[in-house]
Design a protein around this ligand. Sequence first.
Ligand SMILES: Nc1ncnc2c1ncn2[C@@H]1O[C@H](COP(=O)(O)OP(=O)(O)OP(=O)(O)O)[C@@H](O)[C@H]1O
Ligand SMILES: [Mg+2]
Length: 223
Amino acid sequence: MSPLIEMHNITKSYKLWDDELKILKWINIEINKGEFVSIMGQSGSGKSTLMNIIGMLDNPSTGEYFFEGKDVSHLTDDDQGMIRRENIGFIFQSYNLLPKTSALNQVIMPLIYQGVGKKERTERAIEALKKVGLGEKLNNMPNEMSWWQQQRVSVARALVTNPVLILADEPTGALDSKTGAEMMELLVELNKEGRTIVVITHEHEIDAYAERHILIRDGNIVK
Ligand SMILES: Nc1ncnc2c1ncn2[C@@H]1O[C@H](COP(=O)(O)OP(=O)(O)OP(=O)(O)O)[C@@H](O)[C@H]1O
Ligand SMILES: [Mg+2]
């Protein structure tokens, strides 16, 4: 069986006038289905850049990326978008919630993009919100919820499409240590259901929840 994620010699550079800024230098990784992997490294080391490439939000400058054995590095944006919507859920540090939109409608949104019918998408969104402990907050707006509740809405939004992969970029960055631990417990639970989790952090307490640790420094994987 091929790995869920397989990267060969991935680089990412930005052009700066007549110079080139090399952000990712030579990345080779394999992540199997069901793994819980962390990506650690200092600020500016290239973690989010790598995550965005894994999530097909951005393309590498050179190298090959296989997702479920399929070469996705040369697909069109539309084709990548299709694979992303079906397979990947994102959790960010800042929740990226829509203002003036209820928790329920935030979580329904990805299902609308997938073309799921009204009855089913409402049921699935309610189920996802219950799962993160927000069954009583379906109609709350973001400004009526705590940071931790808002972050759980974004977790529900990430998992409602039943993705094989969840990418979390510093999901505890805006949380205190107690709610940060609860966030990680939630990811552990999703991992036990068989979902692959990749979490970026620079905190050792967070890193400890992962079963495999990728260390990145100056755009290279050093461990
Ligand atoms: N569009 C861009 N153009 C030029 N440089 C960029 C661009 N995006 C990111 N960078 C640079 O790439 C480097 C790596 O950025 P990245 O966001 O991947 O780091 P990070 O490891 O996620 O850092 P942090 O822990 O602060 O989130 C940084 O020096 C950043 O300034
Ligand atoms: Mg980052």
